[in-house]
Design a protein around this ligand. Sequence first.
Ligand SMILES: Nc1ncnc2c1ncn2[C@@H]1O[C@H](COP(=O)(O)OP(=O)(O)OP(=O)(O)O)[C@@H](O)[C@H]1O
Ligand SMILES: [Mg+2]
Length: 145
Amino acid sequence: MLPDELTDPEHDIPAGRHVIQAEEDLLTARHAVRAAAVAAGFSIVDQTKIVTAASELVRNAYIHGGGGTVTITALRDDRGRVGLRLRVRDEGPGIADVEQAMTDGFSTGAGLGHGLGGTRRLVDDFHLDTAPGRGTTVTITRWKP
Ligand SMILES: Nc1ncnc2c1ncn2[C@@H]1O[C@H](COP(=O)(O)OP(=O)(O)OP(=O)(O)O)[C@@H](O)[C@H]1O
Ligand SMILES: [Mg+2]
């Protein structure tokens, strides 16, 4: 964790920002996301969905984006609904054709090309912000049922 990180005071969720720079950081990021999902009270099935989604995004940031950060934020809306938001950001080459990148089976690397499409299906909200040369930021949110 970076020094500027905080534990979410309201929910005691290990929120904060984690650097993805080396392969072992992928594991650390997964653990942090799982801990946040557990602390937020997600079911085991939902924890797994959130961790799987996070895992795909941090892997993309590492492999395609040359490394980046993941920021974990606990949410509570005005009706008391609890959620978790993850923002995975890199300053790599960006994605020129987002529609193509989102298509299952499309990969510019050695992967199966199911990471982004699969991630979108695992969460309630998926937002991809990217442009060639500007890096990539993917923000996902999942709410507790
Ligand atoms: N952070 C990123 N920066 C640059 N390009 C990306 C990034 N994330 C995804 N892409 C591009 O989108 C394509 C599709 O991504 P996706 O995660 O769906 O598949 P993959 O990473 O190639 O394979 P898989 O995730 O199945 O192992 C990638 O091959 C890559 O070209
Ligand atoms: Mg991928």
